[in-house]
Write a protein that binds this ligand. Structure first.
Ligand SMILES: [Fe+2]
Length: 211
């Protein structure tokens, strides 16, 4: 019979955390006998214990219930390999340094796979003084629009949330070279590299654009 939580998941996570059955029992407010029963498949924790159990085991409720625990090997954080998650129901955007386990509106979110911008989602990036001016020639209707544009460099992320009827455009203070992302609610995540910056001419006046 399928259960909402398996004995192996509880035992595996408890051991990974270096907890004894007694320590887990105390954290959750049950007896160590109860934990022993769960781990031998002779009983299941009451559904009301799922949340305290996930907290004690250091995982999300979704990870506990699916047994799919995301160990992000990229904790040092390279933003160029960052991930965007978009809730298909409310459009909420989660930005993470790497893969993780996130849920919104009761849905487990999956990371967006970025594609090179195609003809219908061409991302124009223009330098205007010390800003990148990003535009797309794309519909901005309720059922089909660009819902955010982001500028990601090695050490920073800027994200502009957009809504239907707005212009598909964003301005970002220009920093290091990086990637511009645009998310279409129908066609997904598109990307393009920022144009190469001109090198300053030796001896030029600071702030003056190099020729
Ligand atoms: Fe689109």
């Amino acid at each position: 019979m399928a259960t909402y939580l398996t004995a192996d998941t509880i035992k595996g996570l408890r051991e990974q955390r270096g907890l004894t059955q007694r320590a887990l029992a105390e954290a959750v407010g049950v007896t160590d006998k109860a934990v022993s029963k769960w781990e031998s498949g002779r009983g299941l924790p009451d559904i009301s214990l799922v949340e305290p159990l996930s907290a004690a085991l250091g995982v999300s409720v979704a990870e506990l219930l699916t047994g799919d625990v995301r160990q992000n090997a990229n904790r040092a954080g390279n933003l160029m390999r960052c991930k965007f998650y978009v809730c298909p129901i409310c459009g909420n955007v989660v930005h993470a340094l790497g893969e993780g386990s996130f849920s919104c509106c009761g849905v487990q979110l999956v990371p967006c796979e970025a594609e090179d911008a195609d003809g219908d989602h061409a991302i124009a990036v223009e330098r205007i003084e010390d800003e990148w001016y990003v535009t797309l020639d794309h519909p901005m209707q309720k059922d089909h629009y660009i819902s955010f544009i982001a500028y990601v460099t090695m050490d920073g992320v800027m994200l502009k949330k957009l809504y239907p009827e707005q212009e598909a455009a964003a301005r970002f203070r220009m920093g290091a070279s990086g990637i511009i992302y645009a998310y279409c609610n129908r066609h997904g995540l598109m990307r393009v590299r920022t144009p190469k910056r001109e090198r300053p001419v030796r001896g030029s006046i600071p702030g003056e654009r190099a020729q």
